[in-house]
Design a protein around this ligand. Structure first.
Ligand code: PMP
Length: 388
């Protein structure tokens, strides 16, 4: 009989939507997906070549559980520079980003502890907290998608253990400012909380700049940073990322990794080492996504029944539906009537009930064709509702 912890896990909707998309595509249907959670280009050639060269030369064995020292060192240097502080190599562990999130949450959560997550936020946080025996609690966002700091503060109880933040944010494209991060850091310090800062979209910013909360005084003792190569270098299939932990916890986290995945894939670690040196590729993708964001925003602005907020980062837009349809209903109908795949906003938290998430990580041609179909859908809705 399945355990209650496993039974209570809600399957990842984004993964199942992707499966559905692939099935429809395979069946020859002209379906366009705005549901992708990954960049569409292939991993850059220099990364591929370097990784395979290392593999051909014997780099196919177990590595140290925390990762190859060269990569951990490069990451500690990167974050030392970014935060203007001394981030120690010993506190960096190489692991897939999603597993890094699980490690961070699991390492400090006792049964019944509360963890605060933004409404809306990445689908998996909620389930990861439950898996660790914790209780996910949402705090609301402001109209522009940023966290409502006042409400965040009000949601802290004696059981709160951690706050998870994600800038740039999936699904609403919020990019944190210095002022917002300082306020969150102050709450964490005042209430003795951990921060989990998911920085996986660090390289995809159109307005503003990436700031890590790790840089504020005293934060290194209470902050976990998760980052990786999936979004920056189109490396989702390599399953490679990293976790920076407070030094009091990194040893325990390493032990957990030793008894679960042993170490991250050796070949992927070499690929990551090379990717860190390739700064052109993320810049190029950033420009590409910015162009697509502007096109999509421009096109969809014509739809009166959608309230758009221009995302400052990531490759997601999170419009609210103003004609009474829920996100579930709209995504269902778009798929059936227009062969358009989008993600219902409710997957990201209760406030997303009347929203959908649109990923613009698809070719410009499909983006344009897809946007036209969405416009057509709403045009015909308008005719129907005005004929009553
Ligand atoms: N965090 C966020 C906010 C994400 O959107 C994703 C991927 N969709 C991840 C973490 C996981 O990244 P990875 O696939 O590299 O494990």
């Amino acid at each position: 009989m399945v355990s209650s912890r496993f039974r209570n896990i809600t399957p990842s909707s984004t993964v199942s939507l992707n499966n559905l998309f692939n099935q429809m595509k395979k069946a020859g249907e002209d379906v366009i997906s705005f549901a992708a959670g990954e960049p569409d280009p292939t991993t850059p050639m220099d990364v591929l070549e370097y990784a395979f060269e290392r593999a051909k030369n014997g780099g196919t064995h177990y590595t140290p559980s925390s990762g190859i020292p060269e990569l951990r060192k490069e990451i500690s240097l990167k974050y030392s520079k970014m935060t203007n502080s001394d981030i120690k190599q010993e506190n960096v562990i190489i692991t897939p980003a999603k597993f890094a999130l699980n490690l961070a949450i699991g390492s400090v959560t006792e049964e019944g502890d509360e963890i605060l997550i933004q409404d809306p936020s990445f689908v998996s946080y909620h389930e990861m907290i439950k898996i660790a025996g914790g209780i996910p609690r949402y705090f609301p966002s402001l109209e522009d998608g940023s966290p409502n700091i006042e409400k965040l503060q009000e949601n802290v109880t004696s059981k709160t253990r951690m706050i998870i933040i994600n800038s740039p944010s999936n699904p609403n494209g919020w990019v944190a400012t210095d002022k917002q991060l300082r306020a969150i850091a102050d709450i964490a310090t005042d209430h003795d909380l951990y921060i989990l800062s998911d920085e996986i979209y660090e390289k995809i910013i159109f307005e503003g700049e990436h700031i890590s909360i790790l840089k504020y005084p005293g934060m290194s003792e209470r902050t976990f940073v998760v980052n990786g190569f999936s979004k920056s270098h189109a490396m989702t299939g390599w399953r490679i990322g990293y976790l920076i932990s407070p030094s009091s916890l990194s040893g325990y986290i390493d032990s957990y990794q030793q008894h679960t995945i042993t170490c991250a894939s050796s070949v992927s670690q070499y690929a990551a080492l090379r990717a860190l040196k390739n700064e052109d590729f993320p810049k190029h993708m950033n420009l590409m996504f910015k162009e697509r964001r502007d096109i999509l925003y421009d096109k969809l602005s014509r739809i009166e029944q959608l309230k758009l907020t221009k995302p400052k980062g990531t490759f997601y837009m999170f419009p609210r539906i103003l004609n009474g349809l829920t996100g579930e209903e709209l995504s269902d109908r778009l798929l059936k009537e227009k062969k358009i795949l989008v993600t219902p906003g409710s997957q990201f938290g209760p406030s997303g009930k009347n929203s959908i998430r649109l990923s613009f990580a698809l070719s410009k041609e499909d983006l344009l064709r897809g946007a036209e179909r969405i416009i057509e859908f709403f045009e015909s809705e308008k005719v129907i509702s005005s004929s009553f």
